[in-house]
Design a protein around this ligand. Structure first.
Ligand SMILES: Nc1ncnc2c1ncn2[C@@H]1O[C@H](COP(=O)(O)OP(=O)(O)OP(=O)(O)O)[C@@H](O)[C@H]1O
Length: 240
């Protein structure tokens, strides 16, 4: 479903991604872990062209998205993205935040959009917040709205960039719970995360990155219980 071939990304002289190769299958949940600055977010951002790779190719299904002819709007519709800092529109209520893009992009009727909005709010456990503005939501609620907004596009793949890092600890579980449900429903997901419990329990595969390289990838059991590389072992002993 996603194939990353010899991907490189530099910012000026700083080479942030160095020869990344990955293959993500449909319905797979891949968790990307690693120290701060190792290139995890940049990798994720290259998957939907928020960053343009310096070299290499990224295929989504059979389309090489690094091709200059890629329709970026269509690509972003297929790849829902959830950021660390929610990025909700402050002047729009929850419903407006969620329904803005599908209305614009898909031309659904108002009734269909309303129905979709309520279904999505149910999925993220926020049916009572439909008319509330972001400033009156907790961080965890904002993040769940952000997930609903991404799902409104009916994406084939969801990309999560440290979705719980900015949250108070008591909010983390609700957001991870929504993500866990999505995984159970068979959503293909790439999750950059510092939540090792989530990576171990929900991830089908775990990718450990350091200094722009994929050091090791494998099942959660392989990575967490029996890492092959000393660097993976050292990282995990620090964070666990
Ligand atoms: N737009 C940019 N311009 C210049 N340097 C950048 C840019 N984006 C990222 N970098 C640099 O690329 C490196 C990797 O950053 P990235 O955010 O991908 O790491 P990360 O593993 O996601 O880190 P964290 O866990 O702290 O979010 C860092 O050194 C960062 O400063």
């Amino acid at each position: 479903m996603i194939k990353v071939d010899n991907l490189r990304k530099s910012f000026g002289d700083l080479e942030v991604l160095k020869d990344i190769n990955m293959h993500i299958k449909r319905k797979e949940v891949v968790c990307v872990i690693g120290p701060s600055g190792s290139g995890k977010s940049t990798l994720l951002r290259c998957l939907n062209l928020l960053e343009k790779p310096t070299a290499g190719n990224v295929y989504i299904e059979d389309t090489n998205i690094t091709d200059t002819k890629t329709n970026i709007n269509k690509l972003r519709q297929e790849l829902g993205m959830v950021f660390q800092h929610f990025n909700l529109f402050p002047h729009m209520n929850v419903k407006e935040n969620i329904t803005l893009a599908p209305k614009r992009l898909k031309g659904k009727s108002k009734a269909e959009v309303d129905e979709l909005c309520m279904q999505l709010l149910e999925k993220v456990g926020l049916t009572d917040k439909r008319d509330v503005y972001p400033q009156n939501l907790s961080g965890g609620q904002k993040q769940r709205v952000a997930i609903a907004r991404a799902l409104a596009m009916e994406p084939k793949i969801m990309l999560f960039d440290e979705p719980t890092s900015a949250l108070d600890p008591e909010m983390v579980g609700d957001v991870l719970g929504v993500m866990r449900n999505l995984a159970t429903e068979g959503m293909t997901m790439v999750v950059v995360t510092h939540e090792m419990g989530f990576a171990r329990e929900v991830g089908h595969r775990v990718v450990f990155m350091e200094e722009g390289y994929i050091v090791e990838k494998g099942t959660p059991a392989q990575i967490f219980d029996n890492p092959k590389e000393q660097r993976t072992h050292d990282f995990l002993s620090q964070v666990l």
